[in-house]
Write a protein that binds this ligand. Structure first.
Ligand code: AMP
Ligand code: MG
Length: 336
């Protein structure tokens, strides 16, 4: 397996003279099919380089374990054993599966890590610009059921109870990886840091002299227009889900890459979901679940998750309709 390609790796020093001699450094690398960005504050370039290298290495390690695109990943090898006896797995794979099943349970199966067979059909639909065949889709949908994934905590083993199970951790792995990278930076003494894995961001302590990290919220109707709203966060995770980037438009309908496990269809609601939560894995999986459930049921789910807050913006012909979870009012933000 070739090492993940590094598209760019820049060290930038901006203003000198933050309190305590802290300087700002930024790094970018490509992993998990995305550009990963790390921003951190520390006293010198060698500490910054060492810490960010370790954080990227951690993300690379997670990609090797969790990717469903890579047939050699630990996840793919586990799926080859579906229908067989339990398989001992790494701590990371066990942890992500455990958190995936927890979100599957909380969301009544709106988030389902066994969605793989259906997602594959929609990936093909995007490529061919053609809806999946209904009979084939129905057959794939019947292979989706998170209750067929059984964990044995004491043996750190996983049993996939039916043949044909295909795990897909695309709705949680980036948030989990962003958190793991931030934790690695903190372990190496760099606590003022931000890790962004595409739309999944985890932040540590605030930049020097600032109340928090400024995180832009893109607008649903026009995601490329300059953002107007910014969250101010520290020691938190924020994830977004929606149809803004990956979708297929067929017969005038726009189907998202996020699939409703109940119907097997790509979600058609034009929504953008932003979730703030305690960890990257919770924020990421909750954002995906809320997008599947839609604004009303979605915000009720957010209200049930300790330490989580959500903003759901639905694009309508009359503009954006906004739904907030109860805790959203306590999330610091500024409008510009
Ligand atoms: P996100 O961008 O975090 O919302 O994750 C989207 C990815 O999650 C998709 O590309 C699929 O790999 C996967 N996915 C799609 N639908 C679901 C679902 N209902 N439950 C869990 N994962 C899903
Ligand atoms: Mg997600």
């Amino acid at each position: 397996m070739p090492a993940a390609s590094i598209i760019a790796c820049a060290v930038c020093r901006f203003a000198l003279g933050f309190g305590d001699g802290l300087e700002r450094f930024e790094f970018r690398q490509a992993h998990m099919g995305s550009t990963i960005e790390i921003v951190l504050y520390t006293t010198d370039a060698s500490i910054a380089r060492r810490a960010s290298d370790a954080a990227f290495a951690r993300i690379h390690q997670l990609d090797l374990a969790l990717s469903d695109y890579n047939p050699e990943s630990e996840l793919s090898r586990l799926c080859e054993k579906a229908g067989g006896p339990p398989v001992a797995v790494s701590k990371d794979l066990f942890d992500v599966l455990k958190q995936s099943l927890a979100m599957a349970d909380r969301s009544g199966g709106a988030f389902d890590p066994t969605i793989g067979p259906v997602v594959r059909l929609w990936r093909r639909a995007r490529r061919d610009n053609k809806l999946p065949d209904p009979t084939v889709l129905d057959r794939a949908r019947k292979r989706v059921d998170y209750r067929n994934v059984v964990l044995d905590e004491s043996a750190r083993a996983v049993a996939l109870k039916a043949p044909g199970i295909k795990l897909d951790l695309g709705g949680i792995a980036k948030g989990y990886a962003a958190q793991a990278a931030r934790d690695e930076l903190a372990r190496l003494g760099v606590s003022r840091a931000l890790v962004a894995v595409a739309g999944d961001i985890v932040v540590g302590d605030a930049p020097p002299g600032k109340p928090g990290w400024r995180i832009a919220i893109a607008r649903v109707a026009n995601p490329n227009s300059p953002p107007k709203r910014f969250l101010i966060l520290n020691n938190a995770a924020v994830s977004t889900s929606g149809d803004a980037e990956r979708f297929v438009e067929i017969g005038g309908k726009r189907y998202s890459h996020i699939v409703d496990p109940r119907t097997g269809l790509g979600v058609v609601d034009r929504c953008g979901v932003t979730i703030v939560a305690k960890t990257g894995a919770i924020a990421d999986s909750l954002a995906t679940a809320v997008y599947v459930l839609g604004p009303e049921a979605g915000r009720k789910l957010v209200d049930q998750i300790d330490g989580a807050a959500g903003l759901i913006a639905r694009s309508t012909p009359n503009g954006e309709q906004v739904f907030e979870s109860l805790e959203w009012k306590n999330v610091k933000s500024v409008n510009e």
